[in-house]
Design a protein around this ligand. Sequence first.
Ligand code: ATP
Ligand code: MG
Length: 219
Amino acid sequence: MKVIAMAARKGGCGKTTLTTHLAVAGVQNGKRVAIIDLDPQSTAAEWSDGRGDDPPDVISTQPTRLGKVLAGMGDGYDLVLIDTPPTTGEADRLAIEAANLVLIPTRIQTSDIAAVLRSVERAAGQEKPTFVVFNDESAARRKSVAEETRRVLGTKGIEVAPQIIHSRVVYGESQDVSRTALETDPTSTAAVEIRSLYEWVVQQLNGKATKPQKRKTGA
Ligand SMILES: Nc1ncnc2c1ncn2[C@@H]1O[C@H](COP(=O)(O)OP(=O)(O)OP(=O)(O)O)[C@@H](O)[C@H]1O
Ligand SMILES: [Mg+2]
């Protein structure tokens, strides 16, 4: 069982959106997938309520119960995604502790990047493979902005997933009906980007992301 923590201390950066979409990408890839929702806002759990019995399973719990919930899953799942709240409580620390891989979604904006640095700091302290995911990026913006931000983060020892997730209305629209873009519009650019991100994530989980991230000192 592989565990991914979606950890960012910034509200509204796309944690739940990427959690549900990567989870459904896993389901469509034949994997047994669960989401653990540590957010008291219960966004992922409410999304699941509208899905009836359709996978993934979503378990809403308190951060302090995370270890027990994971232990209780046994070998029942191939992939577990932990969605966290944006607050600075224990949820992200415990999620990162339990994870094989940490993903930190962010918009490419200076204020958001500052929050990214704090989230990466926490994950790096726990020596977990950690990647920033650029999300909600305007398709109209010059590509060089993302690449320059990627380069600057790289100088601080922070790696960014190769697949950028662009801003598309289908994320919100599909969420509103308890689905994902992969289900409501499987041929959309959003679906293509999510499948590409998912495939890269699986590669990281299957070997490439075996070493803890090394951050440059003084970054
Ligand atoms: N790539 C995207 N394109 C368009 N809208 C997006 C994208 N990613 C997220 N959104 C929208 O932004 C809003 C916030 O996203 P989401 O709920 O996933 O963030 P979050 O980090 O989980 O927020 P919170 O910290 O409150 O839990 C939602 O309305 C969602 O539909
Ligand atoms: Mg959320």
